[in-house]
Design a protein around this ligand. Structure first.
Ligand code: NAD
Length: 261
């Protein structure tokens, strides 16, 4: 029996990166998974790979209330209930505080922060109807420490940790646990766009990324999306049955202290 046997989990941003690995791991652990994204072709392909009896893809722009309602309804129609949500979809924009256009700032807020809010709001009645469940929000290590050039991103990730705590308090008596993962650097198209369109200098860029994380991360390497998926699995499964309202940093030791060597 898998750790998620009998569970039905909706995962946003599941077409690639961490969301894809979460969908694959959760399915391997017995869950029915609904993969949601705006990258329809890629999302459909992952769902097809997992099999129609196990996985379903839905188009869901996390900024849109109507998309959320439709995705939740489709989940119930396909698998009979919804008792898990992983709010994973997110975007990253680098900019200096003084140069960040309001439009860019609001775009990041809409996807990362409002997307997570709408997701929790849309899923909660179904989690209650299912007799309880879990929500895992995807924050970032920038929710708990600073990083230059990430005003909009860090703001949204701190907001996600704030919402996680409040939701956990409001939903505990309904059998719903709400936690957040806070990854450091993870090797996905977000941190390494060369993954999407490997160019002639792909090897050099991979070497530069490896050298950077060898220096700044005590464990000497960037994280893998499967490693974050395993934390999301822990927080979705009964293994974390007495844990709610908490952010969990997964960063190879990056936040443990200041590196001078
Ligand atoms: N990669 C990292 O180093 C890192 C570190 C900390 C936190 N995170 C967070 O982890 C999550 C997953 O990121 P990733 O690294 O897998 O990046 P990624 O870019 O590979 O995946 C993000 C996914 O979200 C989807 N998405 C974007 N906007 C969307 C929208 N409006 N509606 C629905 N889906 C949308 C994308 O299409 C994509 O499939 C994000 O929330 C990100 O902020 C990533």
């Amino acid at each position: 029996m898998g750790k998620l046997a009998g569970r039905v989990v909706l995962i946003t941003g599941a077409a690639r990166g961490q969301g894809e690995q979460e969908a694959r791991l959760f399915a391997a652990e017995g869950a029915k998974v609904v993969l949601a994204d705006v990258l329809d072709e890629a999302g459909e392909a992952v769902a097809k790979d997992l099999g129609a009896g196990t996985a379903r893809y839905v188009h869901l722009d996390v900024r849109e209330e109507a998309d959320w309602a439709a995705a939740v309804a489709e989940t119930k129609k396909t698998f009979g209930k919804l008792d898990g949500l992983v709010n994973n979809a997110g975007i990253l924009r680098f900019n200096e505080l003084v140069n960040t256009p309001l439009e860019e700032y609001l775009h990041v807020v809409q996807v990362n922060q409002i997307g997570a809010f709408l997701g929790m709001r849309a899923a909660t009645p179904e989690l209650v109807a299912a007799g309880g469940g879990t929500i895992v929000n995807t924050a970032s290590y920038t929710a708990v420490t600073g990083m230059a050039l990430l005003t909009s991103y860090a703001a949204t990730k701190a907001a996600i940790v704030g919402m996680t705590r409040v939701a956990a308090m409001e939903l505990a008596d309904k059998g719903i646990r709400v936690n957040a993962v806070c990854p450091g650097a993870v090797d996905t198209p977000m941190t390494n766009p060369a993954q999407l369109a490997p160019g002639p200098d792909a090897e050099a860029s991979a070497a530069a990324v490896a050298e950077l994380y060898r220096k700044v991360v005590p464990m000497g390497r960037i994280g893998r999306p499967e490693e974050v998926a395993r934390l999301a699995l822990f927080l979705t499964s009964e293994d974390s049955s007495y844990i709610t309202g908490q952010p969990f940093v997964i960063d190879g030791g990056w936040l443990a202290g200041v590196s001078v060597f």
